[in-house]
Design a protein around this ligand. Structure first.
Ligand SMILES: [Zn+2]
Length: 574
């Protein structure tokens, strides 16, 4: 792989405006000199991320995520620095002759390889004579050749030793067992999946990390068998089809969530691409955060049965917790989206998706079930449950509309109902960011770095006079700034971010950058900070010497240490 020079990286960075780039991921509103948006990196309901056009950096005041345009893309898309650089270069049509490997390289490399190889094996099987019956089965269910190819649908064979034989020459038994594709019993090693149609399951980058195997010509009791969780397959962190759906979802600002991967495939086959599914597990906060990164409009279209109803509720609760207000599509006759499309066709499902109900109307209808609202007790319970639900959502208009509905349904005064709502804003007893009592010298270190980020003269002053900063992180940052300046002859935080690899240091730098200090450069003030830091170092040394003196009985040594201390004390008065 070719090296990219720092100059090239700077050229790429400067070719875009961070406001436009971040603005393409999340809505930004101008406020004063900066732009603000809801931070995608923590559970956020209010715009706590600021994006600075002047400085070309972003900073979250709550979780302290910060950096330049590359840092944002790295974090948001889970990609490496080089991939982020490549993405920005592509946007600006700057040609960059590097081969960015988008695959994850990690210690579990062999697991990825084992899955990739197995996937090839299964895919090949379905195209052989042995796969005719499976293909026939798929075709009858309107899964055509294009879909088989796109979703890499394959086949495990009746002979339950085939895959094992293939893999055992290349990998250790231990690794194969860890992959879950091979298991061991009294017959030795066997394939876990056999005689099933195989659907690969992907991670967020599109790598195969698991399989779901479906029966097609037998009457096995379990219709589907899924891979067990492994180091690379964690269901709570993955969404099926994320890697294919995310671009379309961002473009349309709409994402559809279904329960099963077959629903995703079926919707894809009728031209609906912005769909993901949780992989046979409860919807987690991780899932919700992934969803929020893709689109604002979120539609839940789960199975039409009772389990689907429960899943709809718990999924929407996870989403509401992070400020997403989903819409709901419910399907009649207990059908899942796959069955629904097979039965009623493409137009019917599109019509459904175009007319979702809002989550509050859905909750009204669910909570009303099995209650007799003519009975006072039921009415009170229903009202309180609904007020609780209303208080959880961020969408003020929806809150108000639902209050109106509740009022007319229950005959209770809307003002009374409104007064019962405890919204997040009311609950939020201004979370005071814990002001750590910084010692004098730490404050001096931070302030000095603040000015070094802005003024070359401050860097020069530091280089001339400082010994070293007592706090390790600040020492590293001062060193990085100093080195950056020596190498490039200027200082700019957004470029400096390119050269700091430590996430913790980046955060600290971001914090310092957003300190509320005067923008003016005052050399006397800088000298003052430097003096505080020096004094600290000298005092530290004096304390050390005092201890040393106390620990020695040698009168000569005592005297010599004593005179050193006097000298040091004198140096502080200069
Ligand atoms: Zn944040």
């Amino acid at each position: 792989m070719e090296m990219i020079t720092n100059d090239k990286i700077k050229e790429i960075k400067d070719s875009v405006d961070i406001v436009n780039i971040i603005g393409s991921y999340l809505p930004l509103t101008p406020k004063g000199k900066n732009f603000f948006g809801v931070c995608p990196f923590h559970d956020d309901h209010t715009p706590s991320m600021s994006v600075s056009k002047d400085k070309q950096i972003y900073t979250c005041f709550v979780c302290h995520e910060t950096g330049n345009v590359f840092n944002f893309i790295m974090k948001y898309e889970n990609v490496s620095f080089l991939e982020a650089v490549k993405k920005v270069a592509d946007i600006s049509k700057i040609s960059l002759d590097i081969n960015v490997n988008t695959k994850q390289v990690s210690k579990d490399n062999n697991l990825y390889e084992i899955y990739e190889l197995s996937n090839k094996f299964y895919k090949n099987n379905i195209n052989t004579k042995l796969g005719l019956e499976a293909k026939d089965y798929l075709n009858k269910r309107s899964i055509n050749e294009d879909i088989i190819k796109e979703f890499e649908i394959g086949l495990s064979l009746k002979d339950n030793k085939m895959l094992t034989k293939l893999l055992i020459n290349k990998y250790k038994e231990e690794e194969l067992l860890k992959s879950g594709l091979v298991n061991k019993n009294s017959n030795g090693l066997n394939d876990t999946f056999y005689n099933r149609i195989m659907f690969p399951l992907y991670n967020l980058y599109g790598q195969v990390v698991g399989f779901s195997g479906r029966i097609y010509n037998s009457t096995d009791t379990s219709k589907y068998i899924n891979s067990k969780e492994s180091e690379i397959f964690k269901k709570g962190e993955l969404l099926y089809n994320y890697h294919r759906a995310k671009d379309e979802a961002r473009k349309l600002n709409k994402i559809i969530i279904t329960e099963g991967f077959m629903d995703v495939i079926r919707l894809y086959s009728v031209g609906i691409y912005n769909v993901v599914a949780a992989m046979g597990t409860a919807f987690t906060k991780n899932h919700a955060l992934l969803i929020r990164r893709m689109a604002k409009d979120v539609i839940l279209m789960f199975d039409g049965d009772e389990a689907g109803e429960k899943a709809t509720i718990s999924c929407s609760n996870e989403l509401i917790k992070i400020g997403v207000t989903p819409k709901i599509v419910r399907l009649e006759n207990n059908l899942d989206p796959d069955e629904y499309i097979l039965k009623y066709g493409k137009d019917a499902i599109i019509n459904k998706l175009e007319n979702p109900i809002n989550i509050m109307d859905y909750k009204l209808s669910i909570l009303k079930k099995q209650k007799d609202l003519t009975k006072e007790q039921d009415l009170a319970l229903y009202t309180n449950q609904m007020l609780d639900e209303i208080s959880k959502i961020d969408d003020e208009i929806l809150r108000e509309l639902t209050l109106k509905k509740l009022s007319s349904e229950t005959g209770l005064d809307i003002e009374l109902l409104r007064s019962k709502i405890v919204t997040e804003e009311k609950k939020e007893v201004t979370i005071q960011t814990k002001k750590v009592n910084l010692s004098k010298y730490q404050k001096a270190e931070k302030n000095l770095i603040f000015y070094m980020l802005k003024y070359e003269d401050a860097i020069k002053q530091y280089q001339k006079k400082i010994t070293y900063m007592p706090t390790l992180e600040y020492r590293y940052l001062a060193r990085d700034i100093s080195m950056f300046y020596n190498e490039h002859g200027y200082i700019e935080i957004s470029d400096l971010f390119n050269e700091i690899n430590d996430e913790n240091l980046i955060k600290i730098l971001g914090d310092i950058e957003s300190l509320d200090l005067s923008d003016e450069y005052n050399p006397i003030e800088i000298d003052d900070y430097i003096r505080v830091i020096k004094d600290y170092n000298v005092n530290f040394e004096i304390e050390r010497l005092k201890k040393e003196m106390a620990n020695t009985t040698d009168p000569l040594l005592k005297a010599s240490i004593g005179s050193k201390i006097v000298e040091l004390k004198k140096s502080m008065e200069e």
